[in-house]
Design a protein around this ligand. Sequence first.
Ligand code: SF4
Length: 247
Amino acid sequence: MNNHLFVDPSLDPAALQEAEPAAVLKWALESLDRIAVATSFQASGLVILHHLRDLQPDLPVLFLDTGFHFEETLRFRDRIAEMWDLKVVTLRGEHGSADRQAEIYGAELYRRSPDTCCGINKVRPLQAALEEYDGWISGLRRDQSPLRAETPIIEAQLLPSGNEIMKIHPLARWNKSDVDSYIKEHDIPTHPLLEKGYTSIGCWPCTRAVRPGEDERAGRWDGLAKTECGIHSFGRLHGPQQSEAEQ
Ligand code: SF4
């Protein structure tokens, strides 16, 4: 168990479940010594980064550079990082590049075994990086897909090492309209592929624009049963109440 983990005993979990994102973030920043935010610079992530500018602008921003991002994503990341002076921490898979991965596994591993590819380039690099932290912040929202409908505001997550960390979803209660309104109100730039119909943007081999009426994440891993890369599903425990009871 992670000895650095500190959960404020005065926390009222019920109140936090109804709190606005700024209050959730403030609680997380005050309760956890070592905390980071992870984002791929899409709309929800931008809303969180914008909140953090007032709360803790130097928070580490974890970015998973899979080697398969759209060029637009990398350019947009750099633009926002420069504009907001972000402390971006780039995480890469164990093979370091798409070319090296192809040498080892053959071409187009993402088509033959996307779970393996996501494990190499997303899940394992993030798990390794999270060993340095007590918690991380993510922009997941309940309205993004049926699988995310039960997303809690905070939950405990177990790393492969056995260390337990907290995962915080300040925007879980928000919907797409809330995010769009916030972006507009604060004049925040958005990913350039958004206006071309890419409402959820991951790696280029596994992302397409969505069609009218489809849900926000319908363009991810089109034609496969896969709907998540795995970084949000490993080591899930039962939220803060159980975590506190276990301590
Ligand atoms: S989203 Fe596709 S290309 Fe990116 S890591 Fe997963 S399988 Fe590989």
